[in-house]
Design a protein around this ligand. Structure first.
Ligand code: FAD
Length: 292
C-alpha cells in the first residue's frame, strides 16, 4: 500500500522504524524483532539503509519479510551520496522487483573518506537528485524525504534549508519525515514556516523514546537535537537506573505523541529502533487514543 494513502486518513496512527543487521549472524535476531513490531499492526514500518550502503540487501530482505508475512506496509530507505549512479540504479531495480512501493530518498551522511575528495566526481550530491532518479525509474514509488525542524546541521540557516526542502518536494517527494525532536514547540514552529513557504505535503513527526542514559549523548550528537530542561532533569534523575530510565523515556515519548495528536497531527513515526518491547509499551500507553 502506498503510504500517501495511509497519511491522508484522518484516524490517528503510529509507525515504527527498524534498522537492518550489519552482519549475517545478526539477521535472525533483527528479523525476529521486526516481526514482533509488525504484530503490533502499525500503519507502516520503515527500514533504514546502512550508512555507506553496507547493509542495503538486508534493508530489502527485512522490508519484504514484514510485507509478505504480516501484510504491514513498509518504507525502504535508500541513500545516494556514497554510491555510483550504476549502483543506485541497480538498487532501484531490486526494490521494484521486491515489490517495494514506498521509498525514503536520502542523501546519507558524507563519509569521512569522501570529505576531502573532488565533489565534481560524485554522482550524487543531494537527496533531490535521488528523488528525480526514483521518479524517472517509472516504478511508481511513493517517495518520502527527510526534513529538519531544528535545521540540517550543514545548512547556513532555516530559510535556505526550507528553500532546498521545497525543491525536494517539487522533485517528487509526496511526504516528509522529521528528524527526532524533544520539544514539540519546535515542530509546530517548523510546520508553520514550511506551510507558509508553500510546502503542503504531509509531514510525519519522528519521536524517539530515549530508554537509556548513554543513548542520550549519542542521539544529541547524531541529530543535534535541543534537550528541554524537563528532559535533562529526567535523564539526571534516572540515567543511572536502567529500568527507571526506560520507563521515564517511554512516558516522555508517549507524552510528546499525545500532545501531537491533541494538536491535530494524525500520524507519528516512532524511532523505537529494534526494540519491540518499547514499541509495545508505547502502543499500550496509547491504546484508547488509537482505539486498539
Ligand atoms: P538533503 O536533502 O540532500 O539535505 C542535506 C543538506 O543539503 C541540507 O543542509 C539541505 O539544506 C542541503 N541541500 C539540499 N539540496 C541542496 C542543493 N540542491 N544544493 C545545495 N544544498 C542542498 N541516513 C542513512 O544513512 N540511512 C538512513 O536510513 C537514514 N534515514 C533517515 C531518516 C530520516 C527521517 C532522517 C531525518 C534522516 C535519515 N538519515 C539516514 C540521515 C540523513 O542521511 C542525513 O541527515 C543526511 O545528512 C542528510 O540527508 P537528506 O536526505 O536530508 O539530505
Amino acid at each position: 500500500m502506498k503510504l500517501i494513502e495511509i497519511l491522508k486518513k484522518p484516524a490517528l496512527s503510529l509507525s515504527f522504524e527498524v534498522f537492518p543487521p550489519k552482519t549475517d549472524s545478526a539477521f535472525d535476531s533483527v528479523r525476529h524483532a521486526t516481526e514482533e513490531i509488525a504484530r503490533l499492526a502499525p500503519s507502516f514500518i520503515s527500514v533504514t539503509y546502512g550508512a555507506g550502503g553496507g547493509t542495503s540487501q538486508y534493508t530489502l530482505d527485512i522490508a519484504r519479510n514484514i510485507m509478505e508475512r504480516y501484510g504491514v506496509p513498509t518504507l525502504a530507505h535508500l541513500t545516494c551520496v556514497s554510491s555510483t549512479r550504476a549502483t543506485v540504479r541497480e538498487k532501484i531495480r531490486a526494490m521494484k522487483e521486491a515489490g517495494i512501493e514506498n521509498v525514503m530518498a536520502l542523501r546519507g551522511d558524507i563519509p569521512a573518506s569522501m570529505e576531502n575528495s573532488d565533489r565534481s566526481l560524485w554522482d550524487y550530491h543531494h537527496a533531490v537528485e535521488l528523488v528525480r532518479e526514483l521518479r524517472e525509474s517509472g516504478a511508481g514509488f511513493c517517495i518520502g524525504g527527510a526534513c529538519y525542524p531544528e535545521v540540517h546541521p550543514e545548512s547556513p540557516n532555516q530559510k535556505e534549508d526550507i528553500r532546498r526542502l521545497k525543491e525536494k518536494v517539487e522533485a517528487g517527494c509526496e511526504f516528509l519525515t522529521t528528524q527526532m525532536f524533544f520539544d514539540n514547540a519546535l515542530l509546530y514552529n517548523f510546520l508553520y514556516k514550511i506551510r507558509e513557504a508553500g510546502i503542503t505535503v504531509p509531514v510525519v513527526p519522528g519521536v524517539m523514546p530515549i530508554t537509556n542514559g548513554t543513548q542520550v549523548a549519542r542521539a544529541i550528537s547524531l541529530s543535534g537535537s535541543f534537550m528541554p530542561q524537563r528532559f535533562k532533569s529526567l535523564v539526571d534523575r534516572f540515567g543511572d537506573d536502567p529500568a527507571a530510565m526506560k520507563q521515564a523515556g517511554i512516558a516522555y515519548a508517549t507524552d510528546q505523541i499525545i500532545d501531537l495528536y491533541a494538536n491535530n497531527v494524525t500520524h507519528v513515526h516512532v524511532y523505537s529502533m529494534n526494540k519491540p518491547d518499547v514499541a509495545a509499551r508505547i502502543c499500550a500507553n496509547l491504546s484508547d487514543i488509537l482505539g486498539k
